[in-house]
Write a protein that binds this ligand. Structure first.
Ligand SMILES: O=C(O)CCC(=O)C(=O)O
Length: 196
């Protein structure tokens, strides 16, 4: 199933970063193996343009405590940062080029630096999950079946949009976003503006 699809765009010569974090921290899905992010590079992702840095083997950790920084310079919803010191030597920059993907587990510690180049750094991110996992907070959660059969019914199935920007699909998108934001922003003292 596709759990989420989004763009991570850094404009040329900007300071925005993604702090080191584990994706599963605030998603309400628990510590699960059944979720992987495919990060598709649509422009060169290099150390200079702010490619992702990963901590090798870090997916074997539990979900670690995170601190909300609410830093406007951070592309994450609450500016969350893993509350452990990650040594520079433990970060592995993964340089990839248009058409290539990297895959990361939901507990892998990762982040990225600023884009210091004259080109946009653009990634299309697709988060795939197995139907066995599901929202643990009790809230309704959503995913799109892309192959096989869902025998678990943990997610409300999202159909493909009937047409580009058609009103019912946009309405459903807003409903999904609101539901996921409520889980993701639970307990947050404020917002970085990504979710109201
Ligand atoms: O695009 C980035 O720099 C970070 C993306 C990210 O954290 C993710 O896809 O989980």
């Amino acid at each position: 199933m596709i759990y989420a699809a989004e763009f991570f765009i850094k404009e040329p010569n900007t300071t925005q970063i993604v702090s080191m974090h584990q994706d599963l921290t605030y998603w309400g899905l628990g510590a699960v193996d059944g979720l992987v992010t495919a990060w598709l590079s649509l422009s060169p992702a290099t150390p200079a343009s702010g490619c992702m840095d990963f901590v090798k083997g870090s997916h074997k950790n539990a979900i670690l405590p995170h601190t909300d920084t609410f830093d406007q310079n951070n592309l994450l919803s609450r500016g969350q940062e893993v509350a452990v010191d990650v040594a520079e030597a433990d970060k592995q920059a993964i340089e990839i080029h248009p058409g290539q993907i990297s895959l990361h587990h939901g507990q892998t510690i990762h982040g990225s630096g600023p884009n210091t180049t004259n080109d946009r750094r653009i990634a299309a991110v697709i988060r795939y999950c197995t139907p066995q996992i599901g929202q643990k907070s009790g809230a309704t959660d959503y995913a799109s079946l892309v192959r096989g059969t869902d025998r678990y019914n943990n997610f409300t199935h999202v159909p493909a949009p009937a047409a580009l920007f058609d009103a019912p699909s946009l309405g459903l998108y807003q409903q999904i976003r609101d539901a996921q934001a409520r889980v993701m922003m639970k307990g947050a003292q404020k917002s970085t503006g990504l979710y109201n």
